[in-house]
Design a protein around this ligand. Structure first.
Ligand code: ADP
Ligand code: MG
Length: 347
């Protein structure tokens, strides 16, 4: 959401995390652009150029409204302490984020801006990590207890001038859901929205064919996908420690998913989490949260919030262990070239 750093966004994070592996349908139309601080691509199998243009106009509009660093955006106005009445949609997203933060015991924190700005993890460059003192200070200005929401007035007020709202972990999911609804209302039945690796599927590739989506190799994104997911009409969202990071002079790597309880990049043993859910907003919040929690705690948390087992997840640990939820049986397939490297188990 950070406009002034967009032009510096490294090539690595621009590479979509997931690749579309299927062949073409009947004359699909496609459009790409830089929005939401990432590469956005929309491909429609039964849509028109006008549908694509309408989708991009809408994404650009959401981008402006969600930008945490613009004084005129809805989120920016909260951060610059300008009293503002929020739109129903953005108030709803903020409310969802705060509620989910509580459910996740603060592993997910939409008021983590002070710490996110301190770490400023964007580029694969070499620099030093912030000091413990700086981290403690930034942590003291984070947390949803610093944000007062008023459901009837639709206002959000920060009680700490050093605190800020940052919806980097769920804004793309929210926008994905909005664009899917917009395109469906325009009559699109088969399409794929890719917001920097946050995938939203509209139906299948055709009435008879699912989409086949590749899961990035978290150990080396230039290599072939480690597995595929064959699915329709759901969202697939990935969080990983290889997406945005820097290294210090000793070679230690710091990535962009922060554990609010320590103030440091999460060290949960995971290198990647993929979440499959009907709602992209939910999938986005969850991918970040499960990454912070780690596999064991993450699987327990999933059972707690989704007792019917509707949400799917793929956890890849740094040691090459891949754990896939049972509800993805028949949909998840390991790429045979990794059979000796990766150990898959079901949970
Ligand atoms: P991405 O959006 O890069 O695909 P995520 O959805 O996992 O990946 O979101 C990571 C972004 O969310 C970070 O760049 C940061 O802005 C923000 N963030 C990092 N840690 C947390 C956290 N624990 N809770 C909420 N937001 C976070
Ligand atoms: Mg996320």
């Amino acid at each position: 959401m950070r406009k002034n750093v967009r032009k510096f966004a490294p090539v690595l994070i621009l590479i979509p995390l997931l690749f579309i592996l299927t062949g073409c349908g009947q004359d699909p139309v496609t459009k790409s652009g830089m929005l939401l601080d990432t590469v956005v691509t929309v491909t429609l199998y039964d849509g028109t150029q006008e549908d694509l243009d309408a989708a991009f106009t809408a994404i650009s509009g959401w981008d402006d409204r969600l930008d945490a660093f613009s004084d005129t955006s809805e989120i920016g106005q909260i951060n610059s302490e300008t009293p503002t009445v929020l739109s129903d949609e953005i108030y709803g997203l903020l409310k969802d984020s705060v509620t989910f933060s509580g459910t996740s015991s603060d592993a997910f924190d939409p008021v983590l801006g002070s710490l996110i700005d301190l770490w400023h993890i964007q580029d694969p460059e070499e620099r030093e990590a912030p000091t413990q003192e700086q981290i403690d200070e930034a942590r003291s200005h984070s947390g949803t207890n610093l944000l007062i929401l008023d459901d009837s007035a639709k206002t959000a007020v920060l009680t700490d001038s050093e605190a800020s709202v940052n919806l980097g972990a769920d804004a793309k999911g929210f926008v994905g859901d909005q664009i899917k609804t917009l395109l469906e209302e325009r009559g699109v039945k088969h399409g794929l929205i890719n917001l920097g690796g946050n995938i939203v599927l509209i139906g299948g590739k055709s009435d008879r064919e699912d989409f086949t989506i590749g899961i990035d190799n978290p150990f080396d994104t230039s290599k072939d996908p480690i597995a595929t997911l064959t699915l329709s009409d759901v969202s697939i969202v990935t969080s990983g420690d290889y997406q945005r990071w820097f290294t210090d002079s000793s070679g230690k790597k710091y990535h962009h998913i922060l554990d609010p309880s320590t103030g440091y990049p999460a060290e949960s043993g995971l290198t990647q989490v993929v979440v499959v859910a009907e709602s992209s907003e939910t999938a986005d919040m969850l991918s970040t949260t499960l990454f912070v929690m780690g596999k064991e705690k993450g699987l327990e948390f999933l059972k707690e919030i989704d007792p019917d087992g509707k949400i799917g997840a793929v956890f890849t640990e740094k040691d090459g262990t891949v754990t896939v939820t049972e509800n993805l049986k028949g949909k998840f397939e390991l790429n045979t070239e990794y059979q000796d490297e990766l150990a898959v188990s079901w949970s």
